[in-house]
Design a protein around this ligand. Structure first.
Ligand code: AMP
Length: 188
């Protein structure tokens, strides 16, 4: 099974992806995590994208499509994966469909976690207070990340709606309730 977790920054995609990974053995494929790992390791890719992540802009489609294709061909994705933070543009979604199609696979569900902007800001402030904020977790960068989300990423809902794949869930519900709602969608 291949799932896309969809929603604005801070909607809880990473949290739910980790739960799905633990409970169903579906690896979490987070392009954000992969890019941050490249930055931490000081690789040429990391140096190339560092400033872009700091600003909250999108890195190029080509970069993320390549890292996802390479990651998806690892043996642990043999039963599928949970895509977290990818795709973020129509070009990425098309590339993902092509990549999966070439492997006789497809996206089964796109799970949208809906959260009000105000709550997203509250969540960032909480992470800052708790000392667990990422470098791009600050009110200014969040504002840009949200703008980028509404401009480039939200239109993907239409793309996936046309494929009849979108299920919208309340991302403001307690974590366990969101997990249960996802389980219902997945049929278990
Ligand atoms: P995330 O952890 O998913 O919030 O991603 C953190 C940052 O990594 C984003 O603000 C972008 O700069 C970059 N990024 C992650 N995934 C993508 C993607 N699919 N396309 C373009 N940029 C991405």
């Amino acid at each position: 099974m291949n799932l896309v977790l969809f929603g604005p920054p801070g909607a809880g995609k990473g949290t739910q992806a980790k739960i799905l990974q633990t409970e169903r053995g579906l690896p979490q494929l987070s392009t954000g995590d992969m890019l941050r790992a490249a930055i931490a390791a000081g690789t040429p890719l990391g140096r190339q994208v560092e400033d872009i992540l700091a600003k909250g802009d999108l890195v190029s489609d080509e970069i993320v499509i390549n890292i996802i294709a390479e990651r998806y061909d690892q043996p642990d994705c043999k039963n599928g994966a949970v895509f977290d933070g990818f795709p973020r543009t129509i070009a990425q979604a098309q590339a993902l469909d092509t990549m999966l199609g070439a492997r006789a696979r497809k996206i089964d569900h796109v799970i949208e976690l809906k959260v009000d902007d105000k709550i997203l800001l509250d969540r960032v402030e909480q992470r800052i207070k708790q000392g667990i904020a990422r470098p791009d977790d600050n009110p200014e960068t969040l504002k840009n990340r949200l703008e980028v989300y509404y401009k480039n990423t939200a239109p993907l809902l239409d793309f996936y709606n046309k494929q009849g794949k979108v299920v919208t869930l309340d991302g403001m519900a307690p974590i366990a309730d969101v997990t249960d709602a996802i389980a219902k969608v997945l049929g278990a």
